[in-house]
Write a protein that binds this ligand. Sequence first.
Ligand code: ATP
Ligand code: MG
Length: 754
Amino acid sequence: MTSSASLPPGPPSDGDGYLARLNPEQRAAIETTEGPLLVLAGAGTGKTRVLTTRFAHILLTERARPWQILAVTFTNKAASEMRERVSALLGQAAEGHWLGTFHALCARMLRRHAEHAGLTSSFSILDTDDQLRLLKQVMQPWNVDLKRWPAPGLLGVIQRWKDRGLTPERITPADDTDFADGKARQIYQAYQARLLELNACDFGDLMLHVTEILRNRPDVLEQYHRSFRYILVDEYQDTNTIQYLWLRLLARRTDGPANICCVGDDDQSIYSWRGAEVENILRFEKDFPGAKIVRLERNYRSTAQILGAAAGLIAHNDSRLGKTLRPGHDDAQGGPVEINGVGDSEIEARSVCDEIDALRRSGHKLGEVAILVRAGFQTRAFEERMVQTGIPYRIVGGLRFYERSEIRDALAYMRVMVQPSDDLAFERIVNVPRRGVGPAALQKIRAESRNLMTGLAGATEAMLASGALRGKMADQLSELMGAFAKGRATLAQEGHVVAVNTLLEDAGYLAMWKLDTSPEAPGRLENLKELVRALADFGTLREFLDHVALVMENEGNDEGGRVSVMTLHGAKGLEFDTVFLPGWEEGVFPSQRTLDEGGLKGLEEERRLAYVGLTRARYRAVIFHADRRRIFANWQDALPSRFIEEIPDEYAVRKNQSPRRIPQEDYSGFFSDSVFSAPRRTSAPPRTASRSNVVSFSTVRRTREQENAPEIGSRVRHAKFGEGIVVSADSGAAEVAFDSGDTRRVIPSFLEKL
Ligand code: ATP
Ligand code: MG
């Protein structure tokens, strides 16, 4: 398994050596340097490569100097990869140019023109916590019912306005909301004014201010028109309105053609929840008259089998432009996509890590291996297993599980519960959620703790008893101390899992996140559930806390690289030799939340995410699904993701790895909706070795299906493929000759007997 096909090309050996390494369509995309150009093409077709080579080509042919090219990527990781690729092409470090994410580029611009936004160039950028604190202050005089309209929700509203390029002045009645009884717009205005007073801006302001400046100051805009001769944009399908406005302003030069080149793939649009509008791609030709559109069809990244699987999957989406993808290189080294059913989520983590260990032993670089998950909470099981087995890993684009702020908060609660004198932990959570404990109150508690020579928690108790703390703050602190006391009692009586759960509930910590309507909040709650789940693996809370301390220490050695663990969203644009895709189960992936909130559109976006996942792999894509997943402290049965069935059989090998672990009686009546009424066998049929090529659903499901195998020759209806006749039926799969002319292998439980 070599990765020669994927190595970045070296420095050009001759005048246009770098062009010789491209196919004719790619070359056309690079040589069309003047005028607007859209490269619309599927995954792995070399869009990013076109963009980087174009960057180098413009420099090498002396069309522009480095600082005259504006290149936008979606993530910092993508920016640094592009920088590396350009440097490799040029044979020297790429310096001095405008290459980065939208936010990084805007921060740089805003520092230059801060005065036009009412700031000075030393303005500070607030993080989410600061933003929230500030917004809450601003909201105070407005008498908003915070239970009904919590501050994080309003922050979300403001952020969405900013994503759409709407300053408070630009909000029309049609954009307005009844959030906070219709006061949202005015609070937004007050919040912006307060930010200016503080000489600060939030993340969304970086783009908003710069775009406003470009809109209102023709002199500044012209300056950029003169300096940016060429604009390059990667992942164009995921730009939101403000990013689009910003690009359009910069690209529509008055002194020459709009030399803007955007590359994108509508099938990889996965950020609509952040306001991305795939329509931006569709109206490119309108925005930039005379635009050329180049399509690339050869995929140089993945084997034909992986491509076939990904194409078969994405074909289930209705709203797409539709593109052809052909394998660009010989794929003798790669096999079909592997789909493994395992008994439960713990076996899943173990299996993935065993596979990685085997790869490592056979000399594969771990830097070429990735585990891509749908949701952040899934990483914990893999992290712990890798720590145990000494596999170096890194969490890309996010914090390691135990470093996330909600997890650290929860750990701090646990620490105070087991050791009231843990002052660091106490300080972290005493005002989370807010209990009105400001710096002055904390100062008093600290002084009392020195006086009494006790910890902060002890001092607080004493001050509450003596009446030294009063008012609402005192009430809330009493509740907190009560929650700790109850937690300790529960710990002794009912064990640590219940105790931690009670503590987080009673202290109002879980409620804080439940009330939070920001987009991150559900993920944080999932992480907290996962944390409580993890507790169950340890005998005592102390053991667990010690274990966490050890996990946090994991540094591993870097030789051969580290396994990348990240979300599917974070993996966009990247590639690896081997990609593990765990948790392909209904409810996890597609995510239940997206299905509930987004309906069919949401499902299509999840499917695009699955497509992104599969197409990250060069040679090997390994999907896992578990029959049972432990969510919170409970085991929940899981069904394989519908995406698994959507992968065409010819590109997949399906294995069920685990022995059945669930007693059959657990499932009596579980599939009572079965449509076949063939007589039941009393015992499960023997498991045969020829399983591997058979459509696999969960073990339990398959057994039941075998019991109820459709009769050969019977007439059936499939929800998707219509009516047909069963031509063969074996363990878990039936071959049906459909009236449409297609013969397909399908899962019997999806068939209705006619
Ligand atoms: P994505 O949609 O996932 O962002 P992409 O279209 O940007 O993918 P690239 O990452 O640019 O695709 O290219 C995929 C892989 O194919 C890279 O390893 C790249 O170096 C390689 N590649 C691109 N074009 C060619 C070519 N003409 N010959 C050989 N390899 C190529
Ligand atoms: Mg790319």
